[in-house]
Design a protein around this ligand. Structure first.
Ligand SMILES: NC(=O)c1ccc[n+]([C@@H]2O[C@H](COP(=O)([O-])OP(=O)(O)OC[C@H]3O[C@@H](n4cnc5c(N)ncnc54)[C@H](OP(=O)(O)O)[C@@H]3O)[C@@H](O)[C@H]2O)c1
Length: 292
């Protein structure tokens, strides 16, 4: 297949591009910076310069490689999700591209004590600043699934670990844990659905042809913050995390309501649909969370 990818130099892309080229697919990656262009070439992709916020450049990029499929991974920012996705899907539809796979997040479900599947409501009324992030992912999903000419698939990835992620050797979460600046919030009852970047890439490869809709891509076993955070700290030689009451979490680390949600409220997420539909099985387990 001819594949056009955004975010190909990022954490999932860096595992995905070699996986695709190794299977004989021809991959072209969109990036703006020379550094990411060079990285895409090192990974085995061709590079085309385009900007998600410049629709004309997207049309040119698509025309230059006439892809069978677009894989949209550059979605870690609100503007990328909302404006970038709208521009990309519109350009894809005009060019007659039939399939788009886009990256969303599995850490945006409303708090509940039950294990949630893809039909559970997203936390669109969460406190700021998280509300904006959740609504941006919801907008991305609507855009990808709404166009009747496009077979859209949304992959809701869990919290990534592995190379180039927040949990890599120099990743932000790792550095914060080492400095004891990532506290255990409340009782640490929030459930994390981690997923290794290699497993995330394998899920994309398993979905190149079908299905449409929404799938959670998380490890088999969700793990509570009260379990993984102290274990991770010990694994990287950090002191035990401090404890912070839930109501003070925002003030303690300057992230408003987000950290309270992630560490004390987010529900466990099921990957049963991905098991069934993709026949995808994560090969890593959360106990492998550590410095890569
Ligand atoms: N599921 C999760 O755990 C999750 C979710 C979100 C973020 N994160 C974390 O956030 C960090 C950043 O994620 P990421 O690297 O995937 O970030 P990203 O900004 O979504 O993706 C970066 C890639 O996208 C390209 N890109 C960004 N904006 C673009 C634009 N306007 N037009 C065209 N290309 C654009 C970049 O190239 P150019 O800049 O050269 O254009 C680069 O190749 C990582 O540590 C990740 O673990 C994690």
């Amino acid at each position: 297949m001819k594949v056009l990818i955004t975010g190909g130099a990022g954490p999932i892309g860096s595992a995905l591009v070699p996986g695709l080229t190794g299977r004989g697919h021809r991959v072209t990656g969109i990036a703006r910076s020379p550094a990411n262009a060079a990285r895409l070439r090192d990974l085995g992709a061709r590079h085309v310069r385009a900007d998600l916020f410049a629709p004309e450049s997207l049309r040119s990029a698509i025309l230059s490689c006439s892809p069978d499929i677009i894989i949209h991974l550059a979605t870690s920012g609100d503007r990328q999700c909302v404006e970038g996705t709208a521009n990309l899907v519109e350009a894809a539809a005009v060019a007659g591209v039939r399939r788009v796979i886009a990256r969303s997040a599995a850490f945006a479900y409303s708090p509940t004590s039950a294990t949630v599947s893809e039909s559970a409501p997203l936390f669109v009324d969460s406190p700021r600043p998280m509300r904006r992030t959740v609504r941006s992912y919801a907008a991305l999903e609507r855009t990808v699934l709404a166009d009747p000419t496009i077979d859209g698939l949304v992959l809701r990835f869990g919290t990534l670990y592995g190379p180039r992620t927040l949990f890599s050797a120099h990743g932000l979460a790792t550095l914060r844990v080492l400095r004891r600046r990532l506290p255990l919030v409340g009782e640490g009852r929030g459930w994390f659905g981690f997923v290794h970047v290699d497993d995330a890439a394998a899920a994309v490869i398993a979905s190149l042809h079908e299905p449409t809709g929404v799938l959670n891509i998380v490890d088999d076993e969700p793990v509570r913050t009260s379990k993984w955070l102290p274990s991770f700290a010990a694994a990287i030689g950090a002191k035990s995390p401090r404890h912070v009451p839930a109501r003070l979490a925002g003030a303690a680390v300057g992230t408003g309501g987000s950290l309270r949600y992630f560490f004390d409220q987010q529900p466990p997420v099921s990957n049963a649909a991905a098991h069934d539909v993709l026949e995808w099985r994560p090969r890593r387990r959360p106990c492998n969370l550590g410095v890569q």
